[in-house]
Design a protein around this ligand. Structure first.
Ligand code: ADP
Ligand SMILES: O=P(O)(O)O[C@H]1O[C@H](CO)[C@@H](O[C@H]2O[C@H](CO)[C@@H](O)[C@H](O)[C@H]2O)[C@H](O)[C@H]1O
Length: 461
């Protein structure tokens, strides 16, 4: 292991976006490195690294934008981004750091988009007719993220996919398929690389227009739910229901656009049963990792068995895949824009690119309304009145979302309760794993939903 690899082995597991937390890194190797900026001995350098890690029998790749400066010349505001000190080939020590925090270096990324090139192993590409405006520095968003997003002024967001899966990234693929839709941020360009051993280019980052002044759905929804804390608050007064209904309608419109532009199919009854088997497998895996889940397994299994017996074919198409309130933003004009079409970050890209039932997205968002209420209850345990209000808040918004979805031309959720219930459980099981690995303090939120029968019935009217 090189000195740099040793430093990265310590630094990587501490990153929010590192998906293999809690499992020791057995191997780490810099698979490829590309110099993006070289400013000589005194200036900052920028190198793009693709790192391969080996953990308990499975390999993952991550992308790191590595900055390097002469030792002791790291500006104070970058101290928190430091990874360590390495000897340079000339023998002089250089401090290395996560360059996504370095506005001097991120500004140069935009310049590369302004002069895109189709040559080399790392390419900055733009969509036809796109002229990228330069002059702003990329500032890192600080929220809970699986990736790293850099915002350039009020113009662009550059989303760097931290975990790298060889091949095209679904986020770029779906945003491009939806280009021109008022419900997505316009894609402008991307960074791609040729990874050793892969014939097709791998997407490393996506450049989209930034939507200034938009607020994310989770922030809005939890603020609405928090108002219930006022004491006199009734769920109906602060219900967020109009927003939820519009979100449902928007979701249906996006699903319809995806079905028009990308392949669709219908799952046979046998294939539905196989899907149920995959859910059972995920439940077993999650129960082995999170023992608290195991006691609820019989209830979940019952829903999966019912799903396996559904005797009607299931229409499938490309979907969002990890749909929740944090993936939608409400614009200044009050409309919704959908973000992050990557799918579930821990699932392989090959699987995420497979068509699936749009009701999976519906289930994801329904879970999210429960999550907002559950999160509030975990913060304020033992308050029965609040519990009643929070549950009513979630129910109102779930109903409104479903109504909006059906009105917008999507399959009526009320007519697919068995399918929806199985998808909700499957999502909640995914969330149990996600929270156990990333935010153990939140684990109770999905566990309690599962214990409560994951919203049985899914849509109470
Ligand atoms: N085009 C955009 N305009 C405005 N805000 C955005 C845009 N893209 C992303 N964001 C903000 O960044 C957050 C994270 O983006 P997202 O694509 O969901 O990243 P991740 O996959 O890392 O979760 C969003 O919740 C939103 O607040
Ligand atoms: O947005 P990401 O692609 O990073 O998705 C992952 O992280 C989400 C949390 O940030 C996680 O979502 C879960 O928590 C949300 C509240 O923070 C809630 O709205 C969602 O319903 C819940 O699933 C998501 O599952 C994970 O893939």
């Amino acid at each position: 292991m090189s000195q740099l690899e040793e430093l990265l082995a310590v630094w990587l597991p501490r990153q929010r976006w590192f998906s293999g937390k809690g499992i020791p890194i057995r191997q780490i190797r810099i698979e490829s490195r590309h110099t993006l900026v070289s400013a000589g001995l005194e200036g900052p350098d920028l190198t793009l690294l693709i790192i391969k890690t080996g953990q308990r029998g499975h390999d993952s790749r991550y992308q790191v934008l590595l900055g390097s400066r002469p030792s002791r010349s790291l500006p104070a505001d970058l101290a928190g981004a430091a990874i360590g000190v390495c000897q340079s080939p000339g023998g002089r020590p250089r401090v290395i750091y996560d360059a996504a925090h370095d506005v001097q270096l991120t500004a140069m990324l935009l310049e590369r988009f302004a002069a895109p090139s189709g040559a080399g192993r790392v390419r900055f590409r733009t969509l036809p007719g796109e002229r990228v405006r330069t002059g702003s520095a990329g500032r890192m968003l600080t929220g809970e993220q699986s990736n790293t997003s850099l915002v350039f002024g009020e113009d662009y967001v550059l989303k760097m996919f931290r975990r790298v899966w060889p091949g095209p990234n679904p986020d770029l693929e779906l945003n491009r398929a939806l280009s021109g839709s008022p419900y997505v941020a316009r894609p402008c360009g991307w960074i791609e690389a040729d990874l050793p051993g892969y014939a097709v280019p791998t997407t490393l980052a996506m450049l989209q227009t930034y939507i200034p002044g938009a607020v994310d759905g989770w922030v809005l929804a939890t603020a609405s739910a928090e108002k219930l804390m006022g004491g006199s608050g009734r769920a109906t007064e602060t219900s967020f229901a109009e927003d939820a209904a519009l979100l449902g309608r928007t979701t249906a419109e996006v699903h319809r656009s995806l079905a028009r532009t990308l392949p669709t199919d219908v799952l046979s009854v046998t294939a539905v049963a196989e899907l149920a088997d995959a859910m059972v497998e995920r439940l077993a895996m999650a129960s082995a990792e999170v023992p608290e889940l195991a006691e609820h397994a019989p209830l979940v299994m019952e829903a999966y068995s019912e799903f396996a017996r559904v005797d009607e074919p299931l229409p499938i198409q490309r979907i969002h895949g990890d749909y929740h309130l944090g993936q939608v933003i409400r614009t200044r004009s009050g409309g919704w824009v959908l973000l992050d079409f990557e799918g579930e970050p821990t699932v392989s890209v090959r699987e995420r690119r497979r068509p699936s039932s749009p009701l999976r997205d519906v289930a994801g968002m329904l879970r999210s309304f429960d999550y907002a209420a559950g999160y509030l209850l975990v913060k304020h345990p033992g308050d029965e009145e609040l519990e009643w209000s929070a549950r009513a808040w979630a129910r109102n918004n779930r109903e409104a979302f479903c109504r909006g979805y059906a009105d917008g031309g999507g399959a009526d959720p009320d007519k697919h309760l068995t399918v929806l219930r199985a998808f909700e459980f499957d999502k909640a099981v995914y969330e149990v794993l996600y929270e156990a690995r990333n935010r153990p303090d939140w684990l109770r939120v999905p566990l309690e939903s599962i214990a409560a029968g994951a919203s049985k019935p899914p849509v109470a009217r």
